[in-house]
Design a protein around this ligand. Structure first.
Ligand code: AHR
Length: 527
């Protein structure tokens, strides 16, 4: 062999080996050292702002979500403003809810908005065919909802009826709520007592068009969407409407692909995605008395959100590389069997530490994908599924999920800080999940927040956070935790789970060192 060739090959081998060595060393440095997970939080000027709308909520005409939840009527003995409970208004204001989706869900595609305006005694009744077959008297309608959003200081997100409505009906709704000048619908609004338009920005064009919204194929819906979007426009031409297409069910990537391919991007403000953390649709398990097997299955479904948003976003990137169209996860959360003794169609369930972990880990995923995920809505706000608020007549409780949402509200509108780490594993029955979930952000005032979730139901996790690059000095921390993962707040013991101060950390050589208990959510704050 030629000596030069020999030297060349030898050099290449050495080079490849050292690249491997460097790789191994870097990996090891982010891997556990003495079972410690090392997380580095970095600065990156190019990283996105976390849209506040990721922290959105959802209120459907379902069970005791609206009636007996938000809305008790203005003759109720429960303190209210125009029929909406004052205690709920206060609690949601504290959460800083950025948007509220209404009136469904499946209900939206059976809802005819004109039934819910004008004098209440003249409003027709309908049957809520999706949720318990109960009679709906339409006493909570457009004015009630939009005025309530003003009280809450939140943006309304209206879901239009595509499944059983008409284009004209939805176009009229836009004119009714948004047009300031003289027109048939704005005159009607004024007759009904509201002079100024509400200027609703977010419009869903149907809901679950692949299912309760009409059992459409993706191709058929894409055409329907184009037709609706043509007429659902801003009457004052200020370009202020965000039209959101009914999106995929979990991993139905073909749905997203078909919509992205067939709808002109200028007609599309966002594409939705629905994913519930359900163990098995025919055996969803109890919300409170669950086994580790069921806990693990719920968490597997919750953490699947990482793969779902990654893959749906990758499809969107192909057609919209500048990321102008939002991915809107407008239904997410845990779904269990209803509480014993409650109406099956009302979807009333308790909310435990399992739900707190589910919420914390899911919100971390959304934060970390905030370059594309710009809106999300937890299902649902009051008394339905993974609710943040439960009511029983005059009583109201805040759930563990409420407290996680409250803790995480600091991420709203803050700049995402990239993080690097290798999660330890939570292993059960030979299956594993990442045990630690993290996201970080820096707000306008320079405060840095790092939210950390320990998904492992058995083991605490030692964590070392390298903050030298972001130069944080004074740290404080809060935690949502409890003794048992099944723990929850009840009407008799409403404060069992709350946000508490967390002191189990220290700062050493530019690192924060902490041990996070099993099934806990921690928020670090520093400047
Ligand atoms: O959130 C409950 C229901 O779940 C919604 O109405 C529907 O969109 C979804 O299937």
């Amino acid at each position: 062999m030629n000596i030069n060739l020999f030297i060349n090959i030898a050099m290449k081998i050495i080079k490849v080996k050292s690249v491997f060595l460097i790789l191994i060393l870097t990996t090891l440095s982010t891997y556990s050292q003495n079972n410690t997970t090392v997380i580095s939080v970095n600065n990156d000027e190019t990283s996105p702002i976390i849209s506040k709308h990721i922290y959105g909520h959802f209120a459907e005409h379902l069970g005791k979500g609206i009636y007996g939840g938000f809305f008790v009527g203005d003759t109720s003995k429960i303190a209210n403003t125009n029929g909406v409970r004052n205690d709920i208004i206060e609690a949601l204001k504290k959460l800083k809810i950025p948007n509220l989706r209404w009136p469904g869900g499946c209900f939206a595609d059976t809802y005819h908005w004109k039934d819910g305006i004008g004098p209440k005694e003249n409003r027709p009744t309908i049957v809520n065919k999706w949720w318990g077959g109960v009679t709906e008297d339409n006493s909570f309608g457009t004015h009630d909802f939009l005025n309530m959003c003003e009280l809450l200081g939140t943006e309304p997100y209206l879901s239009g009826n595509v499944g059983s409505g008409t284009v004209q009906e939805l176009a009229d709704w836009v004119q009714y709520t948004n047009f300031g000048g003289k027109s048939p619908m704005s005159d009607l609004r004024k007759e009904n007592g509201r002079t100024e338009p509400w200027k609703v920005k977010y419009w869903g064009i149907g809901n679950e068009a692949w299912g309760c919204g009409g059992n459409m194929t993706a191709d058929y819906y894409a055409n329907e969407y184009r037709k609706y979007a043509t007429f659902i426009s801003d009457w004052e031409n200020s370009g202020g409407l965000v039209r959101i297409a009914s999106g995929a069910n979990s991993a139905d990537y073909n749905w997203t692909e078909t919509l992205m391919k067939n709808i002109p991007s200028k007609m599309l403000g966002g594409i939705a995605l629905h994913h519930y953390s359900v163990i098995d649709w025919s055996k969803k398990g109890d919300a409170v008395t669950f086994t580790e097997d069921q806990y693990f299955a719920t968490m597997s479904e919750a953490l699947k959100m990482e793969e779902l948003v990654t893959k749906h976003a990758a499809i969107m990137d192909k057609y919209d590389p500048k990321k102008k169209i939002d991915l809107v996860v407008d239904e997410w959360g845990g779904w269990y069997e209803v509480e014993k003794g409650t109406t099956p169609g009302f979807l009333y369930q308790q909310n435990t530490m399992r739900d707190a972990v589910l919420a914390g880990a899911t919100l971390n995923i959304f934060n970390n994908h905030s370059d594309r995920v710009r809106m999300a809505n937890l299902a649902q706000c009051v008394n339905v599924l993974q609710a943040v608020i439960l009511t029983d007549k005059a009583k109201m409780i805040l759930t563990p999920t409420y407290y996680v949402m409250q803790m995480y509200s600091v991420h709203q509108g803050a700049k995402l800080l990239p993080i690097k780490f290798e999660s330890p594993l939570y292993t059960f029955n030979n299956k594993s999940l990442p045990a630690v979930s993290v996201s970080a952000s820096k707000d306008k005032s320079g405060q840095v927040h790092v939210s950390i979730v320990n998904v492992d139901v058995n083991k605490e996790n030692s964590i070392e956070i390298n903050i030298s690059e972001i130069g944080v000095k004074e740290i404080s921390a809060t935690i949502v935790t409890s003794k048992n993962v099944q723990d929850h707040n009840t009407f008799d013991n409403p404060s069992k789970i709350q946000i508490k101060e967390f002191k189990n950390f220290k700062i050493k050589e530019g690192n924060i060192i902490l041990t996070i208990p099993p099934f806990s959510v921690v928020m670090l704050e520093g400047k």
